[in-house]
Design a protein around this ligand. Structure first.
Ligand code: HEC
Length: 197
């Protein structure tokens, strides 16, 4: 091998070693940024620590008592029997039982309630007897129960019955209440056939 060839080889090896060192991967390093443009925002990111706020978080919870525009109104009734009665006294069904309201109420009822309460509300849904019998809607107690209390039962649950607040929007709960009232009225008139929707 000629001398200049040796020098070329050594220079090449050195260059390769240098390149390997320069481009070594460091897991902690973000590497060299070429023209980062707007990759880094000037304001604090939503989940980034924040030296300005009191709790050190950037994302702040809404001020206590805030109500989201267009969102559901807060329901100031606890899951207690007393508050169920109070809801019955204080709340009115905002939906008059129009055909559209009843149709929607029937759909909601048959989707969420009929499995336990039965299509006609007799307390004989297909989940019975695997689940304890709910009372019939034509029991004296449920005939006398105000709309607002039924709304409370759907929202907060009652005894063995779980809350359906997470599944049914407040407006649809009222429509389901209207359908329960229609079932009661129908059952009082005589045996009713309720179509499965
Ligand atoms: C998982 C079965 C189940 C489902 C689904 C269910 N319920 Fe009930 N419901 C019950 C049981 C059990 C009771 C009796 C609980 C109790 O001790 O108050 C009951 C009680 C009730 C009562 C009477 C509460 C009282 O104070 O006597 C009403 C009204 C009622 N349910 C309405 C509904 C409506 C409307 C739906 C649908 C949104 C629904 N339920 C869905 C099981 C269910």
């Amino acid at each position: 091998m000629k001398t200049f060839q040796k020098i070329r080889l050594v220079a090449l090896l050195l260059l390769t070693a240098l390149a390997a060192w320069a481009t070594r991967s460091d897991p902690a390093s973000t590497g060299y940024e070429f023209i980062p443009d707007m990759a880094h925002s000037v304001p604090y990111d939503a989940y980034a620590p924040n030296p300005v706020t009191r709790d050190g978080k950037t994302l702040q919870p809404p001020v206590a008592g805030t109500i989201a525009r267009g969102g559901p109104l807060p329901f100031h009734y606890a899951a207690t029997a007393e508050d169920a009665v109070r809801a019955g006294r204080e709340l009115r069904n905002p939906f008059p039982p129009s055909p559209a309201v009843l149709a929607r109420g029937q759909t909601v009822y048959q989707t969420f309630c009929a499995v336990c309460h039965g299509l006609r509300g007799a307390g004989d849904g297909p989940l019975i007897p695997k689940f304890p019998n709910p009372p019939s809607y034509t029991s004296a107690r449920l005939l006398a129960m105000p709309d607002g209390q039924i709304f409370h039962v759907i929202t907060r649950g009652s005894g063995m019955m779980p809350s359906y607040a997470g599944q049914i929007a407040p407006e649809d709960r009222w429509r389901a209440v209207a359908w329960v009232r229609a079932l009661q009225a129908g059952a009082l008139r005589g045996p009713v056939e309720v179509a499965r929707k």
